[in-house]
Design a protein around this ligand. Structure first.
Ligand code: GSH
Length: 223
């Protein structure tokens, strides 16, 4: 049976949402983060070679990486749903956002989180140096790239309700987590990015997303 090994407050929320949208029969196992490190607990790390969330098991298979898991589930249980037909304009938008999410946006948000933590946690005598170095990296690399992506999010969501047209696709499911995180640590304000916030409201009002949040119980991206 397909089992989702779900780490609290993590990218695994995407898989939970996907499974709820598809109505797949699955087993749900919840794992809390280590209280001190906030990383996955040891028992979680043993399930797959990478030890990261999300991870699923299905018979003898243990699979990690959000997008690999999504493709696997859609291949096996999707029945043609949530992926636009090849050769259509929606398919091209789908491919772009499905991959830009994990290839560009999520890494930038993660770097931003790590920079923030480093600035806070280094010994006090190193703080001015670390802040100056990371500040430069933010100004020259992180912020321009993040802003270019968020501007494109806003412009694409001005043209259609979802990232690949007017029907929900798996691109929205991958992007949804990034969008929640972009609000708390990517500068995606409602004033500057109203269409992005309208997307979030549409996402949060879907019954399947609500069920996913209920099952998770404490989803709350860290600022
Ligand atoms: N690109 C990976 C990223 C996985 C990842 O970094 N997951 C985080 C949770 S959001 C994690 O496992 N953190 C706990 C840990 O590293 O122990 C994916 O999409 O699955």
């Amino acid at each position: 049976m397909l089992t989702l090994h779900h780490l609290e407050n993590s990218q695994s929320i995407r898989i939970l949402w996907l499974l709820e949208e598809l109505g797949v029969d699955y087993e749900f196992k919840m794992y809390d983060r280590d209280k001190d490190t906030r990383l996955a607990p040891d028992e979680y790390k043993k399930i797959s070679p990478l030890g990261t969330a999300p991870v699923i098991t299905d018979g003898d298979l243990a699979l990690s990486e959000s997008n690999a898991i999504i493709e696997y589930i859609l291949d096996k249980y999707g029945d043609g749903r949530l992926r636009p037909e090849p050769g259509t304009p929606e398919r091209t938008s789908y491919l772009f956002w499905f991959h830009a999410s994990q290839g560009s946006l999520q890494p930038l948000l993660t770097i931003s989180f790590i920079f923030g933590a480093l600035k806070e946690r280094v010994p006090f005598f190193l703080k001015p140096i670390i802040r100056a170095v990371l500040g430069q990296a933010e100004k020259l690399f992180l912020e321009p790239r993040l802003q270019a992506l968020l501007d494109l999010v806003e412009s694409d969501l001005s043209a259609s309700a979802w990232f690949a047209g007017d029907e929900l696709t798996a691109a929205d499911i991958v992007m949804g987590y990034c969008m929640e995180v972009a609000v708390v640590r990517g500068g995606m304000t409602k004033k500057k990015y109203p269409k992005a916030h309208a997307f979030l409201e549409r996402m949060r009002s879907r019954p399947a997303y609500k069920r996913a949040l209920d099952k998770d119980g404490k989803f709350n991206p860290l600022p």
